[in-house]
Design a protein around this ligand. Structure first.
Ligand code: BES
Ligand code: ZN
Length: 612
């Protein structure tokens, strides 16, 4: 066996499937999908074929031509990779696998009607990155693979399905379509069901597979953009307002990085339990509702997910060891878009927040320096457990360093050529470095490429940004340590990001009395902006300022975005003499767990288990 990816059972001696045809019957009452996946290969293959599966029941494996059953075996689950599904082929160029998911499938969150905004219908959605596509259907779940697919989703007729793919049709079920599935044809064709059909004609890595089904509506916000969300006018209208500037950003992206290759750029605003800020599912980005703040700052997250259309979705990291190729490049691209549409001052502020974050990660990984590298070794490591700012911010710093070396015009030309050369390919760090050296001759003499990509920590030629606003905020934060609070006239123009930068630059060891005084004046604990609120609450927990524990609990129960859950739970359980906080964390998690996405559930579990 020759693995291609530490997180997958995919074998380099086996062919990659190039097309998958999915039939999925969504059973809301049992939080289960009964499905089949028809995997097609470019050439006939004989012998074993390794696939990934997680929390799947495999009912049968069938030769689609003869309808004969084929032998298969399913290993017991590995804690990180899940199950190794081996099917035996004999000169087959396609194979049909009949399966069911389980209610605990890690990619899927099933929301009951009371957990939705309208409280009338259930809702389900996927989050497949990094390695959760295998919990929806069996596949070679590595970003080294690229597949085209088609999907039929059988859903209750009153609901709508959306996918990161082209919508083809909503139609009545046809007799026979469900006969091989575990639900059977009777349920497939039952009264009140509809089939939504989609195709993804461009080859994508499996982690970009995505759908959502619920009472979903939309608003038009641009020539190639709709915003979708739960069909409630208040939700749709505020989302449409927040994202009105999307088309300008797409145009800017095209100007910087080349044509937008995915035709549509739709946005889907999910319920507050969505575990990320945004997810770059092609043609339809998935977003947390916490980015809707009414001040257009949600545009930064959209800029980031949009940038992935080039860096990540066109050029993809071959494995998670090279995750920085996705996120570092995208963070760089995001800031170029933000600079173009919101100005340099905003971009510098973002760079400054990132710089602070990068320095904090060095502290987090001080006993595990492997994860301060750009090129990492994730053998035996769950990518969700080591998710950090390092690939984003150190990756950004690396590219920014090269930009400073060669100048912006030359770097822009390099990036365009890089994208045009590797689009629809999955590459590793060495491929990038070879291309860099070939196109910018002598770069290795100016920038220590080995130190940047293989070394730990922050290289000496990384760069803290400068701008008068950034510098002023950081020095105000330093003065707070000496007891001076910012005056009203100094913060009059501050929006969320300014406060975020300020709070993140305060020492972790401020006194409870100072916390109270700051909040008395600026009401940060009541901020509608979760970035501000969570940064403040983190300080409050560190200072053991119990007045805010009610607000901490409320926050942990209303949002499931891991960017907020991680620091709050960590602040509660980390360190000595925290008995009360640990009890609080345990209780709140027990009460909130069911409302979190499975990925967030296990990330919080792993934080608590480290400290309790
Ligand atoms: N692709 C990531 C989200 C992700 C990473 C999901 C790893 C699963 C595993 C997405 O593009 C992202 O980076 N989102 C950020 C947005 C921010 C950087 C603007 C987030 O969710 O906070
Ligand atoms: Zn990203």
């Amino acid at each position: 066996m020759a693995p291609v990816d530490p997180h997958s059972f995919t074998d380099s001696n086996h062919p990659f499937a190039t097309h998958i045809s999915l039939s999925l019957y969504l059973d809301f009452p049992s939080s289960t999908i009964h499905g089949s996946a028809l995997l097609s290969f470019p050439n006939p293959h004989s012998g074993p074929l390794s696939l990934d599966a997680r929390s799947l029941a495999i009912h049968s494996v069938i030769d689609p031509e003869s309808s004969a059953s084929l032998p298969f075996s399913l290993s017991p689950p590995d804690p990180i990779r899940g199950c190794h599904l081996t099917v035996s082929l004999a000169n087959h160029s396609s194979v049909l696998i009949v399966f069911s998911t389980s209610p605990s499938s890690s990619a899927l969150q099933w929301l009951s009607p009371p957990q939705t905004f309208n409280k009338t219908y259930p809702l389900v959605y996927t989050q497949c990155q990094a390695i959760h596509a295998r919990s929806v259907f069996p596949c070679q779940d590595t970003p080294a693979a690229r597949v085209r697919y088609s999907a039929r989703l059988n859903v209750p007729r009153q609901l709508s399905a959306v996918m990161a793919a082209r919508h083809v049709d909503k139609r009545a079920p046809v007799a026979g379509e469900g006969s091989l599935l575990a639900c059977g044809d009777q349920l497939w064709c039952a009264e009140g069901r509809a089939v939504e059909e989609f195709v993804m004609e461009q080859p994508v890595p499996p982690y970009l597979f995505a759908f959502a089904v619920g009472e979903i509506g939309f608003r038009e916000v641009g020539p190639r953009t709709r915003v979708y969300a739960e069909a409630a006018p208040a939700v749709l209208d505020s989302a449409a307002r927040e994202f009105a500037g999307t088309e300008d950003m797409i145009k800017q992206g095209e100007w910087l990085f080349g044509p937008y290759d995915w035709e549509r750029f739709d946005l889907l605003v999910l319920p507050p339990s969505f575990p990320y800020g945004g997810m770059e599912n092609p043609r339809m980005v998935f977003l947390t509702p916490t980015v809707i703040k009414g001040d257009a700052s949600g545009a930064q997250v959209v800029a980031h997910e949009l940038a992935h259309s080039w860096t990540g979705n066109l050029i993809t990291n071959k494995t998670n060891d090279h995750f920085w190729l996705n996120e570092g490049f995208t963070t760089y691209a995001e800031r170029r878009i933000v600079e173009a549409v919101q100005g340099e001052e905003k971009a510098v502020l973002n760079i400054g927040i990132g710089w602070r974050g990068l320095n904090e990660e060095m502290e987090r990984f001080k006993d595990n320096m492997e994860f301060t590298k750009l090129k990492t070794n994730q053998e035996g490591v769950d990518p969700d457990d080591v998710y950090s700012q390092v690939p984003y911010e150190k990756g950004f710093q690396f590219l920014w360093r090269i930009e400073r070396q060669v100048g912006r015009p030359a770097f822009d030309e390099f990036v365009k050529k890089y994208i045009a050369t590797f689009k629809f390919k999955s590459i590793d760090t060495d491929t990038f470095l070879d291309f860099l050296k070939a196109n910018i001759p002598g770069i290795e003499k100016e920038v220590d490429l080995v130190l940047w990509t293989e070394g730990t920590g922050i290289p000496p030629d990384a760069y803290e940004p400068v701008s008068s606003l950034y510098t002023q905020i950081v020095s105000l934060a330093n003065e707070f340590k000496l007891g001076r609070m910012p005056r009203e006239d100094e913060v009059a123009d501050w929006q969320g990001q300014e406060w975020e930068l300020y709070l993140e630059n305060l020492p972790k060891s401020v006194e409870a009395s100072q916390i109270l005084a700051l909040d008395e004046r600026y009401r940060l604990s009541e901020s509608k902006d979760y970035e501000v609120k969570v940064a403040f609450l983190q300080l409050a927990i560190s200072a053991k300022c119990r007045d805010y524990y009610g607000e901490v609990e409320k926050t942990l129960k209303e949002v499931g975005r891991m960017k907020y859950l991680r620091p709050l739970y960590t602040a509660l359980v980390q360190g000595n003499g925290k008995e009360e906080e640990k009890i609080l964390a345990k209780r709140v998690f027990a009460e909130a767990r069911d409302s979190y996405h499975p990925i967030a559930q296990s990330v919080v579990e792993s934080i608590l288990s480290k400290h309790l």
